[in-house]
Design a protein around this ligand. Structure first.
Ligand SMILES: Cc1cc2nc3c(=O)[nH]c(=O)nc-3n(C[C@H](O)[C@H](O)[C@H](O)COP(=O)(O)OP(=O)(O)OC[C@H]3O[C@@H](n4cnc5c(N)ncnc54)[C@H](O)[C@@H]3O)c2cc1C
Length: 347
């Protein structure tokens, strides 16, 4: 039996991993060069930094067991520090005691996607953007944007953020009633945009003792999250590397702004919040996350109608919350449904 997975984010990688022991040929299509999606890591000037998800929390026992028992743990690190809060006026206050670990990996959070895939025989097609799906004679075929076609597949798993999955479904050809229902189900999921601004300094930037991250709790500050990448073992040797995740409102007003403007405006807010001038960083970077985090979940009942024709969906849209652990679990759940579907189809 054959399966196509669209998207090598954590949900897609987790599904491939969960199906690794099944007698199944899996093709995994990823539009980017790397795997792990929004659990993303970049390397620059001798540093390594997580510019999407900051850390992984074990959302359930299942996720905990996979990360600590079933996948290699040599590179796994706990950010053993505190997260404090700040409000719209920039007043910083101690946060609640943290519950459980906050994990990343020495070589970056995208190690999780790589480890999941390393345990599989899935055929990874990097830099391959899927344009549409076609269902013909009871099997699926895939067209990419370069004009190549792949298939046939007995089942397909879609994992892009819901708005991108909707575009893909609308460009596809299969049972119109199913197509419409699945698209409607996915349209219920809405996402917010959040830009990440990276500021690297030669000298360490001062902050409250033992504090790794600062989170805005009232949604009234231009910065939603600020953290210090040097607290993650193996990421930064010298100085500070600040990760500022800007609020959806700030992101909206800076949507088309060039890099210099993004950095200048964000650095002013960071300087004010920390009461320390970071307006002339040694270097800077940014990432424009258009579909950063879901606000509302997809309609799972409608989405599940696709399963009638072997079309499955996974990803944080189903959870309605942007968490690596939830995306991982959604991939595991999709894998269980796919296994059941293919077993019945083979019988
Ligand atoms: C700025 C930011 C901060 C976050 N902070 C945290 C945090 O601290 N902790 C936490 O747990 N979570 C955090 N999250 C959320 C977490 O990163 C996501 O919930 C999770 O990684 C989503 O995984 P996914 O597999 O559902 O989707 P994705 O990671 O988006 O994976 C989907 C993949 O599909 C690919 N794709 C899309 N369209 C196509 C196509 N047509 N063809 C081929 N490939 C395609 C994409 O390139 C991507 O790799 C954060 C996210 C962001 C953006």
């Amino acid at each position: 039996m054959t399966l196509a997975i669209i998207g090598a984010g954590i949900s897609g990688c987790a599904a491939a991993w969960a199906l690794r022991t099944n007698d199944l040929d899996v093709d995994l299509f990823e539009k980017s060069r790397g795997v792990s999606g929004r659990a993303a890591t970049r390397r620059r000037n001798g540093t390594c930094f997580d510019h999407g998800a900051n850390y992984i929390k074990p959302t359930t026992e299942r996720v905990h067991a996979i990360i600590t028992e079933q996948l290699p743990t040599e590179d796994l690190v706990d950010i053993d520090r505190a997260v404090w809060t700040f409000d719209g006026s920039g007043t910083i206050a101690p946060g609640e005691d943290r519950e459980g670990p906050m994990w990343t990996y020495r070589r970056g959070i995208n190690t999780l996607g790589k480890l999941l895939l390393a345990g599989t025989t899935a055929d990874l097609h990097r830099q391959t953007r899927v344009q549409r799906l076609v269902r013909r004679n009871g099997t699926w075929h895939i067209d990419d944007t370069e004009g190549a076609t792949y298939g046939p597949y007995d089942a397909v798993l879609l994992t892009p953020p819901a708005p991108q999955a909707v575009d893909l479904i609308e460009a596809s050809t299969f049972d119109p009633a199913v197509q419409q229902t699945v698209a409607e189900g996915l349209r219920a999921a809405t996402y917010r945009s959040q830009f990440t601004i990276v500021l690297a300094t030669d000298a360490p930037v001062p902050r409250p003792d033992g504090v790794y991250g600062l989170v805005n709790t009232d949604g009234a500050h231009p910065i939603a999250w600020l953290s210090f990448e040097e607290d993650k073992p193996g990421h930064v040797d010298e100085g500070s590397l600040l990760i500022a995740q800007m609020s959806p409102a700030w992101t909206e007003t800076h949507y088309e702004a060039p890099h210099e403007t993004l950095v200048q405006h964000a650095a002013e807010h960071v300087s004010r919040l920390l009461d320390h001038d970071v307006r002339n960083p040694a270097w800077s970077d940014h990432q424009r996350w258009r579909y950063a985090l879901p606000n509302t979940p997809a309609d799972a009942t409608r989405v599940a109608v696709g399963q009638e024709v072997g079309l499955f969906v996974a990803g944080d849209a189903l959870a309605g919350k942007g968490r690596v652990g939830l995306a991982l679990e959604s991939g595991l759940d999709a894998a269980a449904s796919i296994r059941e579907y293919l077993t019945e189809a083979a019988a």
